[in-house]
Write a protein that binds this ligand. Structure first.
Ligand code: PSU
Ligand code: MN
Length: 336
């Protein structure tokens, strides 16, 4: 593209972006922001959005509450503002306080809805409580123009999806919502290779942050098959540059930053593969399907590994939140 054409292209992109933002401010009425988040937004401070399905359906009480609070503290310590997103009595909150976190952490995981994009309208209309998955958290973060969120691992293509069609809506959301997700890849219970194929089809950049170009496998630093990724950066500053380019170009896709679990908590990939196969067999024999599959498998693995997988899960979530805070800080420095 010639230089003048390219400039015109960038100007058009800017116009489209500002139009999108105007639309967003109308939608924002349905969302309540905490005063911390409101202030941070007004002053252009770095904010990290955090999901809440981890709290309602990922980790058992009281570890879920401890983790939620600890993750927020990690973000604050780095110098960013945490914004845990969740739904209470049908009200969408961006920035839950400790009391609200406790309500979600203690609430019955059957009455509280694991809330992805498709569930939001029902949960709001029926005034229910909901823990937002990656897809719902991205959607809500984007309403407020928050560029980055952290989680443990995104949902993906389930093993055997050729029969069950079980493909997480997280992947579709990443295809059309411009929020970067910092995670330890996709949960090892999934078909990681197929998940990466799906992300490629959706046009989602997958960027590994770290030394090697191996894609992390949630509990393990790399996959059993040692899957590689195309794009790597060595630190948060480099990662922020990619996020900046993504936003400047007005690309409306998300971005996946893959951060391996800290080595001291990493589990052996061969042992985990065996444990996962056992857990998958149990799920099949109990006819677990749909949105219950992921929570069931996480709980089974916790039992099979005598708590090791839960410890690993908590460690990687905290680490991802810390990296997300660093990227958010670098990004605000680049967009003063
Ligand atoms: N990361 C974790 N534990 C979790 C999740 C992520 O460490 O439980 C949640 C996220 O909210 C993600 C969801 O969006 O699991 C995926 O669920 P499903 O496979 O049903 O789409
Ligand atoms: Mn599913």
């Amino acid at each position: 593209m010639q230089w003048m054409n390219f400039r015109r292209f960038l100007e058009t992109v800017k116009k489209i972006n500002s139009l999108n933002k105007r639309q967003v401010s109308i939608n924002c009425k349905t969302v309540v922001c905490s005063s911390d988040v409101e202030l941070a937004k007004k002053n252009g401070l770095p904010i990290v959005a955090l999901e809440s399905t981890i709290i309602t359906h990922g980790i058992p009480y009281p570890d879920n509450l401890k983790t939620a609070i600890q993750v927020e503290n990690v973000v604050r310590k780095k110098g960013a503002v945490p914004a845990t997103i969740g739904i209470l009595n049908g009200q969408i909150h961006v920035g839950l306080n400790n009391e609200q976190l406790q309500t979600l952490a203690k609430s019955d995981s059957i009455k509280t809805i694991k809330c992805s994009r498709r569930d939001i309208s029902t949960v709001v209309a029926q005034k229910l409580n909901g823990g937002t998955t990656v897809s719902a958290t991205m959607l809500i973060a984007n309403l407020l123009d928050l560029p980055i969120m952290a989680t443990g691992g995104i949902g993906g293509v389930h093993r055997g999806a050729e029969q069950t069609f079980d493909i997480s809506t997280d992947l579709v959301e990443l295809g059309h919502t411009p929020v970067a997700v910092v995670c330890s890849g996709v949960k090892s219970i999934l078909d990681i290779e197929k998940t990466l194929e799906y992300l490629e089809t959706q046009g989602v950049p997958v960027v590994k942050i770290g030394k090697s170009d191996y894609f992390p496998a949630f509990y393990c630093t790399e996959t059993f098959q040692r899957t590689k990724v195309l794009h790597t950066v060595s630190n948060s500053q480099e990662a922020a540059k990619i996020l900046k380019a993504q936003r400047e170009l007005g690309l409306q896709t998300g971005l996946l930053f893959a951060v391996p679990i800290p080595e001291e908590y990493a589990l052996d990939s061969k042992e985990m593969e065996l444990a996962i196969c056992n857990a998958l067999e149990n799920a099949q024999s109990k006819n677990i399907s749909g949105k219950n599959v992921t929570p069931f498998l996480l709980e089974e693995l916790n039992k099979i590994t005598h708590g090791q997988s839960l410890r690993a899960n908590i460690a990687l979530i905290e680490n991802n939140a810390s990296v997300a805070a660093e990227i958010a800080i670098n990004l605000t420095e680049m967009f003063p």
